[in-house]
Design a protein around this ligand. Structure first.
Ligand code: AHR
Ligand code: AHR
Length: 515
């Protein structure tokens, strides 16, 4: 490849000698399946406590020991066919393999999260509302892979614009009636947009006033309420306010939470409510607030719609990931919720067991160039623009540079037999080609995006590591040229299709992650 001196200087300005990482690569290693279905599900525990579930949603597992129905529905883009994803056994875990085979070679979105309670309170694509039009987008079915009890499963990945709702429910609390809510979220996926909620909201999709909502919120927006530290916080969306405690604004009792898997609880009855939270992988719940209603919220005027990922008026600037959650009839006791938390921690939520530095979905990697010029250079982005380049990264690099050069391997958004690469420090943003150049861009859930962001690994063209073939331009591969990353063929009309150094420039070593 031809490298102008000035470009070489800028791109290599952080070069430091000698950083050599163990290079490891292995494809699509399987995951052991171990755990049995639980004898009790969270909703069996709520029922025993006298506060039965009236909505129970999960894409990862049954929430009743006897539940043997569908958890969610996916729709694939190739022919718009849909498939219900059930459990591996009654009371057990999601049959994620059914999704994998149905969606192979195409992309899938989650169209329905079924209600397991028997009340028919299914969550589907949210309509437009007073704050934002609709319908909202549907979650990419592959964007939140995890394991639960050793089984592969997928969460509901809410990017800004994504939302689910049911405006016509059965059995959900209305008026000042009591209810409980919990949800398990990805505690590392959040933002400062309004409002990543799960719970009770308006049936009209409009803001109808204080007390017309009661939902659990997770994120770091500070417009209404907040707690200690920089967030994120678990708060209650009571409409016209995310409350972190009894006061509008700051409440010292509400901590920043930081666990990867987060249990978030809100419950409310007549002039009484509480916020609780805990680590969904271990330990107990802590109570951030329990007591009287904030001024202006007594009595409540709950309307009984259910939403996920959005605010009551369909505000949809929010982001988060949902794995499971329920709404109950009646105000659950702390003891009941503590038993539910024990059930959640026993379920075994975990990030993918993928080993770092391999091409197994879920693993973290860095991608090193193999051309002689550039063997200290890694694929990276930075905040100055959306371009993707290579530059030298070493142990002396800043934490930001290291994170910019770190990628999370995902099952291919357009073909789960291939791969997509999500930024480690910009969740939801993927390596994507456009006009045959690579960029880091947030998914818009379109088929074109999924295809532009999907690459199929092959043995490296120069015999080293891997070459990554575009799924929608199969003669083209990820290639660096003048320190910028392109989609290139071996000879062609674009400058970066140059046959000189093509096999070296299009071969990459899969390295241990820098960040
Ligand atoms: O209460 C916070 C938000 O305010 C609600 O979710 C939304 O309906 C309104 O914009
Ligand atoms: O990068 C090639 C094509 O350019 C992509 O598929 C499309 O997004 C853009 O038009």
């Amino acid at each position: 490849m031809i490298v102008p001196g000035w470009m070489r200087w800028t791109r290599r300005s952080l070069t430091a000698a000698g950083a050599t990482l163990a290079l490891a690569a292995g494809l699509l290693v399987g995951t052991a399946s171990t755990s049995q279905a639980a004898a009790q599900g969270p909703c069996d525990i709520y029922a025993a406590g006298g506060t039965p579930c009236v909505a129970a949603h999960s894409t990862t597992r049954a929430l009743y020991a006897a539940y043997n129905g569908s958890l969610y529905q996916v729709k694939r883009s190739s022919d718009s066919a849909v498939l219900n994803i059930g459990v591996l056994s009654a009371g057990g875990y999601a049959n994620a393999a059914a999704q994998d085979s149905f969606c192979a070679g195409t992309s899938c979105v989650i169209t329905v999260v079924y209600d397991q309670s028997g009340k028919g309170n299914n969550l589907t694509q949210a309509p437009g509302g007073g704050e934002a039009g609709g319908p909202d987008t549907l979650a990419n079915a592959y964007a939140a892979p995890i394991t639960v009890g050793g089984h592969e499963a997928y969460g509901v990945y809410v990017a800004a614009g994504t939302g689910y709702r049911d405006d016509s429910t059965s059995g959900i609390a209305t008026g000042d009636a009591a209810e409980g809510i919990y949800a398990v979220f990805d505690g590392t996926h959040y933002n400062g947009g309004c409002c990543f909620d799960y719970g009770n909201a308006e049936t009209s999709n409009n803001n109808t006033g204080n007390g017309h909502m009661e939902a659990v919120y997770f994120g770091n927006i500070k417009v209404w309420g907040y707690g200690t530290g920089n967030g994120p916080w678990v708060m209650a969306d009571l409409e016209n306010g995310l409350y972190s405690g009894v006061n509008a604004g700051y409440n010292a009792g509400n901590p920043t939470v930081s666990s990867r898997f987060l249990t978030a609880v809100v419950k409310g009855g007549p002039n009484q409510w509480a916020i609780r939270s805990g680590n969904a992988q271990s330990g107990s719940l802590s109570t951030s607030y329990s007591g009287a209603r904030p001024a202006g919220y007594n009595p409540m005027h709950k309307e009984g719609a259910i939403l996920l990922g959005i605010g009551g008026d369909n505000s949809k600037g929010s982001a988060g990931t949902f794995y499971e959650g329920v709404m109950t009839s009646g105000y659950p006791s702390d003891a009941t919720e503590n038993a539910v938390q024990a059930n959640i921690t026993a379920a075994g939520y975990s990030t993918s067991t993928a080993a770092a530095g391999t091409l197994t979905p879920g693993s973290r990697i860095s991608l090193r160039a193999t051309t002689a010029c550039c063997t200290s250079d890694y694929v990276r982005h930075d905040d100055s623009d959306s371009q993707v380049v290579i530059s030298a990264i070493s142990s002396a690099s800043t934490a930001t540079d290291k994170a910019d050069a770190t990628w999370i391997v995902r099952a291919g958004l357009a073909n789960s037999s291939c791969l997509s690469f999500e930024s480690a420090n910009d969740p939801g943003q993927y390596l994507r080609h456009s006009n045959f150049q690579l960029y880091l861009v947030g998914t818009d859930n379109s088929t074109l995006f999924a295809q532009d962001a999907t690459f199929c690994p092959q043995t490296g063209h120069n015999g080293q590591g891997y070459s990554f073939q575009s799924v929608n331009y199969t003669t083209k591969y990820l290639r660096h040229y003048n320190y910028t990353v392109y989609l290139a063929s071996d000879g062609g009309s674009n400058a970066w299709d140059s046959a000189t150094s093509w096999s070296d420039d299009s071969s990459w070593l899969v390295a241990q992650p820098w960040g």
